[in-house]
Design a protein around this ligand. Structure first.
Ligand SMILES: *Cc1c(COP(=O)(O)O)cnc(C)c1O
Length: 454
């Protein structure tokens, strides 16, 4: 029988995360204080984030950062995750390519997000923090944070975009199951929320507003810190467990990837999967190509501009040097909620600028075509976000069929789609559409970032 699922002996979990900042050919440019324009230090982030995360954020020195033992113990609930050879997808595509996927959908919350939620909550607990806050749109990050907070015995307060709060009741129930307090945003509990509701009592909210509310709560409440599920360097760092495991599993399979592919929202699952392999490219000159698959409706890598911009809509965060569509960008309501973000993160943007990786965008319908083919071949219904990675894998595998090349492709299955079946319903009913912002719209939104770089 062919070996389909590859695990590590004794389900071995990595001892340390890989910090790519230590080996990058060009270090990321500094993040800046928007008021003074001065580069920011870790200490400047302490009022918002717990201290260890703030230090990791700007650590360009230590290549390996030990994973605390209590976090490894929590990881052991589902890690190592399986590496799977997608034989049936290869067959369906009649491709000579070898396709492997790392299955992060096997986590208790159904996606990779728990890898960082557990780390962030652990450090908060260590520093005497009693409450963590965050925002959530579609609810995946909120669910992961709620679970992590319950495990380490602290309270989680989640601001959920009001439209999602009403439209995605099951993600809300998941967070409630793990004991989190959920507030529809905008709310009357913060200045930011009140300001919006006074103008429009029916405001249905946005991720940008929910971020502002969560940060405001963290900054005005003792022993309360803010957490974020993507974009930031320390989040990408925690996600490197994915690629570190995958590297060992590929070794067991006797292969090394020619292509590493993952979907791209703020970058955490892409970075986590790619960086341990990119280390080989930087240090040893391996030829692997790295492709981030993003939605055509939110194309920051293929159509964005590299410049300083805010990480949130309102402008409460430091200025980050990154590929951005402008912090005022309003993405269409595609089903891949986790990919509707205007910016690309600091590390990844520098790597992109240096030509170490590439971005590609996909239309919504093409991603669901790909996701359904994958489900029918491999038996796993992918999250709408993960369908973007699969669309890219299929495109590359079909190129191999044309050329006869026997490439080895590795991709990350970031999550399952069980809580997103309404999206599949819409796809099957034929009512799903594609969205592409016009060039004029893109120019107008990017101008909101241009204005900060004068
Ligand atoms: C949040 C999420 C993403 C996008 O976030 P990244 O930080 O870019 O990885 C992708 N897939 C799933 C399943 C998610 O929940």
């Amino acid at each position: 029988m062919k070996l389909k699922k590859i695990l590590l002996p004794d389900n071995e979990i990595p001892q340390a995360w890989f910090n790519i900042q230590a080996v990058m050919p060009n270090k990321p440019q500094p993040i800046r204080n928007p008021a003074t324009g001065e580069p920011m230090k870790s200490e400047d982030l302490y009022p918002i984030f717990c201290e260890e995360c703030a230090r990791q954020e700007l650590d360009t020195e230590h290549e390996w950062i030990p994973i605390p033992e209590p976090v490894r113990e929590q990881y052991a609930a589902w890690r190592c995750t399986p590496l799977v050879r997608a034989y049936d997808l290869e067959k369906a595509l009649d491709t000579p390519a070898h396709i492997y996927f790392k299955n992060e959908s096997t986590s208790p919350s159904g996606s990779h997000k728990l890898n960082s939620a557990l780390a962030q909550v652990y450090y908060a607990k260590q520093e005497g923090v009693t409450n963590v806050t965050t925002e959530t749109g579609a609810g995946q990050w909120g669910g992961a944070l709620s679970y992590a907070a319950k495990k380490f015995g602290i309270e989680a307060a989640v601001y959920m975009v009001k439209s999602s709060f009403n439209q995605k009741p099951y993600r809300r129930s998941i967070m409630q199951t793990f004991g989190a307090a959920i507030t529809p945003s905008p709310s009357m509990s913060t200045r930011a929320g009140k300001d919006l509701l006074t103008v429009n009592p029916n405001d249905q909210g946005s991720l940008g507003c929910a971020i502002s509310e969560a940060i405001e709560l963290a900054m005005t409440t003792p022993n309360c810190k803010y957490t974020l599920g993507s974009v930031l360097n320390h989040v990408c760092l925690h996600q490197t467990v994915i690629g570190l495991e995958a590297k060992k599993q590929m070794e067991l399979a006797g292969e090394y990837p020619d292509l590493v592919i993952a979907c791209f929202g703020g970058g955490s699952n892409f970075c986590g999967t790619a960086f341990p392999f990119m280390r080989d490219k930087i240090k040893e000159g391996t030829k692997t190509r790295f492709i981030a698959a993003e939605p055509a409706s939110c194309p920051k890598l293929t159509k964005g501009k590299f410049e300083y911009d805010f990480a949130d809509e309102v402008g409460m965060t430091p200025l980050l040097p990154m590929y951005t569509l402008g912090h005022t960008f309003k993405p269409a309501a595609i089903h891949a909620g986790g990919l509707r973000y205007h910016g690309a993160g600091v590390i990844l943007s520098q790597l992109m600028k240096d030509g170490l990786m590439e971005g590609r965008d996909y239309d919504q319908l093409d991603t669901f075509n790909a996701g359904v083919l994958f489900a029918r071949s491999e038996g796993i219904i992918p999250a709408p976000e993960s369908c973007h990675a699969i669309a890219c894998v299929i495109e590359e595998a079909l190129k191999c069929r044309e050329s006869g090349e026997k490439k080895t492709i590795l991709f990350n299955l970031s999550g399952h789609g069980f809580v997103d079946m309404s999206a599949y319903d819409q796809y099957f009913s034929g009512e799903m559409t594609n969205y592409r912002p016009s060039d004029e719209d893109l120019k107008r939104f990017i101008a909101s970032a241009d204005a900060l770089n004068k």
